[in-house]
Design a protein around this ligand. Sequence first.
Ligand code: SAH
Ligand code: DHB
Ligand code: MG
Length: 220
Amino acid sequence: MVEHRSQQDWLDVEQYLNRTLIKADEALAQAVSTAQQAGLPPIEVAPTAGKFLMLLARISGARRVLEIGTLAGYSTIWLARGLPEDGRVISCEFLAQHAAVAQENIDRAGVGHKVEIRLGPALETLETLQGEFDLVFIDADKTNNVNYLRRALKLSRPGTVIVVDNVIWEGQFLDPAASGDELAIRETLEFLGATEELEATAIQTASSKGWDGFAVVVVK
Ligand code: SAH
Ligand code: DHB
Ligand code: MG
């Protein structure tokens, strides 16, 4: 019989996974602590999710990565570490303070040569980009997710991998009266399911970040 598990269990398991599977890393720890000191919101991906992004970059053989939503560079560092030495991450961020904290963290992690932060509203930045990306990580303002996906499709090739963070968000998108971010999440999932050029799934997660999840998508 499957019993309901309390959040304490998820936290115990997460801590176990973190110490068992993820090497202690000073640069990543500092990316989190400097963000906290600067008053940035603690909304970076969990360590297991960050490592998932790194593994996905490696598994897909990515060289060119697009990230939408830099914050303090935590996920950016993981992505950059999944790339070969000549790989590049372009990361979009519209708050100068976030970009400044992120640049320091990225440099401290030794991946500055692989990362270019583009300051400005992401939709505007995306309009200036050309060519094909191998991997796209969408993790910014949820109300633009569908716009980001449409634009990402234009910057893709068959086989491009897209990950969209926060597509579960405590499940509130199921409420027929959902609005704002929650409605945007439902529209994101419906767009992923209905778009002929995309093949998508979504994985629910339980962690110190609460009940959430991410979509994994491939361009057909
Ligand atoms: N990917 C990061 C977390 C990103 S949090 C990590 O896991 O470490 C979301 C970020 O997106 C915030 O820094 C926020 O300032 C930025 N953001 C929100 N709306 C944006 C927009 N329209 N254009 C660019 N950046 C945006
Ligand atoms: C929020 C945003 C995120 O990208 C996330 O992973 C968690 C929370 C937020 O805006 O609250
Ligand atoms: Mg997120």
